[in-house]
Design a protein around this ligand. Structure first.
Ligand code: SAM
Length: 205
């Protein structure tokens, strides 16, 4: 990791992910979490205030040391233990069937191979365990998709490998999850190419 990705990008992530209009979305996506939770792409811990009471412990996976440091106050105030125990969603250092639920918010856009990360989540979730996700990705409209494909190289260069045009439903289903609930919508305000969200729950077999 270089200076930009280590020292600058985590602060940009903290600011952009701290938008207060994300709060209702975070409340929705975290609502069904319970038991032992693994959260990939933990960032600066913006989901911590929204963990519901049924959560018993959270294991964070986050490559950016600065992101984890920026999370320290939220982690300290969490009502449950939150520990960082992994650096890469594509290679989770956990036994099979270690977690009841998993969380990923605005992260599958950036993990180099999101399919591998999802396969890892399947492995570490108990059978029937659930992945709770909200991700930006490929829009439902062709006109927006056109701009997503055109702008993707710029976005990816400026924002640490973040892609605009990932087919969120497709990558989750191809990893073997069954989507039990999904809502695809544009978050307003914001440019549609960045704001096409998929929010839902996927069940591990
Ligand atoms: C846009 S941020 C979202 C942060 C947080 N989930 C939130 O909602 O505020 C994407 C996060 O994914 C992390 N990330 C990048 N590559 C990753 C990987 N291979 N495994 C796990 N997390 C990764 C980044 O460091 C960053 O914190």
């Amino acid at each position: 990791m270089g200076f930009y990705s280590e020292r600058v990008l985590p602060r940009i992530v903290d600011l952009t992910c701290g938008r207060t209009d994300h709060d209702p979305i975070r409340r929705r996506v975290t609502a069904g979490l319970a038991g032992r939770v693994v959260e990939i792409g933990f960032g600066s811990g913006r989901n911590v205030p929204f963990y519901p009471a049924r959560v018993k412990a959270v294991t964070a996976v986050e490559p950016a040391d600065l992101g984890w440091r920026l999370a320290s106050e939220r982690v300290a105030q969490a009502p449950v233990p939150v520990q960082r125990a992994g650096l890469d969603g594509q290679s989770l250092p956990f036994e099979d069937d270690s977690f009841d639920t998993a969380l990923s918010t605005w992260t599958m856009c950036t993990i180099p191979d999101a399919g591998i990360a999802l396969a890892e989540l399947r492995r570490v979730l108990i059978p029937g365990g659930t992945l709770h996700f909200v991700e930006h990705g490929l829009a439902p409209d062709a006109a927006v998709q056109h701009w997503q494909h055109r702008l993707d190289p710029v976005q990816s260069t400026l924002f640490g490998g973040c892609h605009l045009n990932r087919d969120i439903r497709g990558i989750i289903e191809r990893a073997g999850f069954t989507i039990s609930d999904i809502d695809v919508f544009y978050q307003a305000p914001g440019p549609k190419f960045l704001a096409a969200l998929s929010l839902g729950v996927a069940v591990s077999p």
